[in-house]
Ligand binder design. Structure first.
Ligand code: CA
Ligand code: CA
Ligand code: CA
Ligand code: CA
Length: 571
């Protein structure tokens, strides 16, 4: 047995320092996405059983979402025969993609929570939240590489009493195919397939009237007027050529992988763009951010543009990008704007702010792209889709020949474009636009490990001049009587020569320091299992019968220490 002579340990307990508080993550718009493979101890759980918490002086449940993924053949998604070419896609029982054959949280599924929901790292004695399976906790340490700030999220398996959404719904998505339910009403072989679909949060709303036709955008953030500032999210080979557009894409063959509305994010993914039937777009809608990923999969084409064409209601906004920091007014009157390989764009005004980050990932050469800008209420170019005007028509343009990207034919190259929108209050600056792109291009990193709950043993010795207490096992840190939850601890009272032991008082966690609710034990040996924080008093008999004042003072400190650490689980 390790012999530890303990005197007034409560004073030590009161001095146990909590770790320094992590600087809060400033990523209020950004998600943290893990794969099942990142959290192997949770693999095999039903997605409805995985819950998440932050710690801010106590456990607070936060929303978490698991999105199942599967390897699927593109042909199957078209409700057709397999073509022998597959992709890892979000699963959906309500499309021909179908449900994930493994209904549990498996290695290729995704788990997502919001960085803004991360909290601090719990100190000793934080225990575990109510409603979880003991010992199931996983710590996710989230680091922002831009400023080294750190936050913590804790994943647990619920005992069945908790729901992963934690009573929250950050964004709502409705897929409304006017013809009826997707199966069997979607015409995968030839459009149109008119929709009245939308994603809505407290910060924005955006609308789709067909697969590729996104035609409304309202910003609600922070006092924005909320008018619809979008004519069209346009896709063209080049301005004035109407052979290919978001309308022709939608009018040809196509299919959805997924339409999903979850508490943390919504997913909308589809494919089919004329002679690029495998060309795919994935929308991820978050509370104040929208990610649009486009995977080009088509034969050799001359170029491709991804543009926002704003509506006349956007008049008065200012357009910026990283090559035009002075800004130009969106008003239908042409401007002089430098073009080049932009990385971010922004429009801001009383209508709200839209911050846009662009990234391309490709293995083709050259891997360069360009930008386009036109603000003209009487444009000379034919307007292939949308209204008759170009209000701040802007975006990214791969302005050179693109080799084959269709995986059905070899060799093929990959070309992926990521457009990430942050929807924000009026009055954003070019510094905000820069930061948005920096944050998108520097995702947060995670470190994952088991969460091991600890318990604090607060021991008070009354009349400690007359004896001492041995603790086995001795605390790892003599200054921190903290043990892993569930640790059996043996306490032995050792009175000095000619002195004797009076009693143990084992306090009820619900009534810290209250002797009326304490359990008494007069044996020298006391065994405890630290399933929760424990508060114990050892009293030696005093020759004079008067307990020293110091002992009482120590007891009061112990009460304070335990009261601060008590949690509802320890009942
Ligand atoms: Ca899966
Ligand atoms: Ca699964
Ligand atoms: Ca203008
Ligand atoms: Ca227009």
């Amino acid at each position: 047995m390790v012999r530890a002579t303990v005197r007034s340990l409560c004073i030590v307990a009161a001095a146990v320092a909590l770790p320094p508080e992590a600087r809060a993550l400033s990523r209020d718009a950004d998600p943290v996405v893990l794969a099942g493979a990142d959290v192997p101890s949770l693999v095999g759980q039903a997605p409805s059983q995985v819950v998440a918490f932050q710690y801010e002086g106590g456990w607070v449940q936060i929303p978490v979402q698991i999105d199942e993924r599967k390897i699927v053949d593109f042909g199957v998604v078209y409700d057709d025969s397999p073509i022998g070419v597959t992709t890892l896609a979000y699963a959906d029982a309500n499309t021909y993609c179908g449900a994930d054959p493994d209904p549990t949280f498996d290695a290729d599924d995704e788990l997502v929570f919001m960085a803004k929901d991360a909290g601090e790292r719990p100190g000793p004695g934080a225990g575990e939240p109510s409603g979880v399976v003991a010992g199931s906790g996983v710590e996710v340490e989230v680091t922002d590489p831009l400023d080294s700030s750190i936050g913590y999220v804790y994943l647990f398996v619920t005992d069945g009493t908790l729901s992963p959404d934690a009573g929250q719904d950050y964004v709502a998505y409705t897929f409304d195919l006017l013809r009826g339910t997707y199966i069997p009403n979607y015409k995968t072989s030839k459009g149109p397939n008119p929709e009245d679909s939308e994603a809505v949060s407290a910060y924005y709303r955006t609308h789709f009237s067909d697969r590729w036709i996104r035609d409304e955008l309202n910003v609600y953030a922070g006092g924005s007027t909320g008018v619809d500032i979008l004519d069209r999210h346009k896709n063209l080979f080049y301005v004035g050529y109407c052979g290919r557009s978001e309308d022709t894409f939608s009018n040809a063959e196509g299919a959805f992988f997924v339409n999903k509305d979850g508490p943390v994010r919504a997913l909308r993914s589809y494919m089919g763009a004329n002679s690029g039937p495998l060309t795919q777009r994935v929308h991820r809608f978050y509370e104040r951010r929208q990610d649009v990923t486009t995977h080009l999969r088509v034969h050799e084409i001359p170029s491709i543009m991804d543009l926002y064409d704003y509506s006349p209601a956007a008049a008065g906004m200012t357009y910026y990008n990283d090559l035009n920091l002075g800004g130009v007014t969106v008003d239908g009157v042409p401007d002089s704007v430098a073009t080049g390989q932009i990385t971010w764009e922004m429009v801001t005004g009383v209508q709200g702010s839209v911050l846009i980050s662009h990234e391309f990932a490709t293995d083709m050469s050259p891997d360069t792209y360009w930008s386009h800008y036109s603000d003209d209420s009487t444009p000379s170019a034919t307007q292939c889709t949308g209204d008759a005007y170009e209000y701040g028509l802007s975006g990214a343009w791969v302005n050179h020949g693109i080799p084959n990207t269709d995986p059905r034919t070899t060799p093929y190259y990959s070309l992926m474009h990521l457009r990430v929108m942050r929807y924000d209050a009026p009055g954003r600056t070019t510094a905000d636009g820069t930061l948005h792109h920096e944050q998108v291009s520097h995702p947060m990193t995670v470190a994952i490990g088991p969460y091991e709950a600890t318990c604090v043993l607060a021991l008070t010795v009354i009349n400690d001049l007359w004896g001492s207490v041995d603790i086995d096992p001795e605390p790892n840190d003599a200054n921190a009587p903290v043990y892993p939850a569930g640790t059996p601890v043996a306490l032995t009272a050792a009175p000095n020569t000619d002195r004797s032991f009076n009693r143990w008082l084992i306090f009820d966690p619900n009534y810290p320091g209250d002797a009326n609710h304490a359990r008494e034990d007069t044996n020298l040996a006391l065994s405890l299992t630290l399933d929760g924080n424990a508060e114990v008093q050892a009293a030696f008999k005093c020759g004079s019968g008067v307990e020293p004042f110091l002992g009482l003072a120590a007891l009061l400190m112990a009460v304070g220490a335990v009261a601060r650490r008590s949690t509802s689980r320890f009942v």
